[in-house]
Design a protein around this ligand. Structure first.
Ligand code: NAI
Ligand code: MG
Length: 369
């Protein structure tokens, strides 16, 4: 019986409320599964600033490095709008991503049958949808140098961002996408803009050579990122895994996610490289949404994005595929019973609270076990 170590960062706003519901699932798994999960809690974001004067303490960074997986709620809120830039709540999340080397961001877009009517697209276009966007997270235009605004001396200014990708960065994100495709529909679509960007030409070349060298069994397709955006809305079920750079991934994953409904439903994983000796990888799991200060403390938050993020931890950090499938099924079954927090309810009329949704999902786990 293995014991798995989790570090939980509830964060701010609704973060602590939705984390309480994940704890119920963790306890259930420890009591009913083969392995146990131990967890410690850390402070991040505004709640860390209030105690330590920074968005994450060195002590908690050490704990994050040592954990098998980090489970992250959300940070930020109006209370900290005026704190200095370097210690603003988001700085805690960025520090974690950077120091843990989390270069692969995974955002699934899954349509739960009970919510197929809630999409802005027609039901037959999204019913049964299950795609995964793999976004490169630590390179590209968000980090490339030079990055500045310069005075041109003629009263004009120039804003500069630089898209930079080295072949090793493309190769490792492509490897993650191909590995994941093998566990799903065995199909990868790589998106860039090689028609106008040199980094896109390189992206296309390296994905192609990585495919040829190590993943020839996986189906590979290339698409220009703008056409990819169109296809995502036209017929998303043509895709299995999409791999793309940081900037295109930011936009395309938001588009893909919204095909299926509310922000309160969307999980994500951010993965680092696998350590060759231990076989382990650093990873952080978090809902896509923020700290929702407008509903914090009201028991109105949907905990599903947070709980589904933990299902991704079971899948990608602990190789507990059966448990991950079961947890996702439990979520789906709770929705099938018509249980709705306000964000996913018709006419916004909630049938249950945050805690009741967590309890309902645990009850479905019991029914499935
Ligand atoms: P938000 O995602 O917190 O909220 C947007 C809207 O969706 C709000 O109306 C909120 O009530 C609703 N919502 C979000 N999650 C929900 C859930 N689980 N259940 C029900 N409804 C939900 O984004 P917003 O309002 O732009 O940002 C609020 C704060 O969160 C800001 O301080 C922002 O900086 C921070 N933020 C933090 C992120 C993170 O920690 N990764 C990501 C995005 C924003
Ligand atoms: Mg975004």
């Amino acid at each position: 019986m293995a014991s798995n170590k989790l570090l939980l960062f509830p964060g701010d706003g609704i973060g602590p409320e939705i984390m309480e519901e994940v704890k119920k699932v963790i306890s259930w798994l420890s009591e009913n599964g083969e392995d146990t999960f131990e967890y410690e809690e850390g402070l991040v974001g505004g709640s860390a600033y209030d105690v330590h004067g920074c968005a994450i303490s060195e002590e908690d960074m050490v704990k994050a490095q040592a954990a098998d997986a980090v489970i992250f709620g959300a940070v930020g809120g109006p209370k900290w709008d005026d704190v200095p830039y370097d210690v603003r709540p988001e700085a805690g999340l960025l520090r974690l991503r950077k120091d843990l080397g989390l270069f692969a961001n995974l955002r699934p877009a899954i349509c739960y049958p009970a919510l197929a009517d809630a999409s802005s697209l027609k039901k037959d276009i999204i019913e049964g949808l299950d795609i995964l966007i793999v976004r490169e997270l630590t390179g590209g235009v968000y980090f490339g140098e030079p990055k500045e605004i310069i005075e041109l001396g003629n009263g004009q200014k120039r804003g500069i961002d630089t898209q930079v990708y080295d072949s090793y960065e493309i190769e490792r994100i492509a490897g993650v996408a191909f590995d994941l495709a093998r566990t799903r529909g065995n199909k990868v679509c790589s998106m860039e803009k090689r028609n106008v960007m040199k980094s896109g030409v390189l992206w296309n070349e390296v994905v192609t050579s990585t495919h040829k060298a190590d993943y020839a069994d996986v189906e590979l397709e290339h698409m220009l990122a703008d056409a990819g955006g169109m296809q995502l809305v036209r017929w998303p079920k043509q895709f299995d895994v999409i791999v793309t750079d940081n900037l295109f991934g930011d936009m395309l994953s938001d588009v893909a996610a919204m095909l299926t409904g509310s922000l309160g439903m969307l999980p994500s994983a951010s993965l680092g490289a696998t350590d060759e000796t231990t076989g382990k990888r650093k990873a952080l799991y978090e809902p896509v949404h923020g700290s929702a200060p407008d509903i914090a403390g009201a028991g109105a938050a949907n905990p599903i994005a947070m709980i589904a993020s933990f299902a991704m931890a079971l899948r990608y950090s602990f190789q507990k595929i059966a448990e991950a499938d079961m947890l996702e099924k439990a979520i789906s079954n709770a929705l099938d019973k018509g249980l709705r927090t306000k964000d996913i309810a018709q006419q916004g009329e909630a049938t249950i609270t945050t805690a009741q949704m967590g309890d309902a999902i645990v009850a479905e786990l019991n029914a499935l076990a």
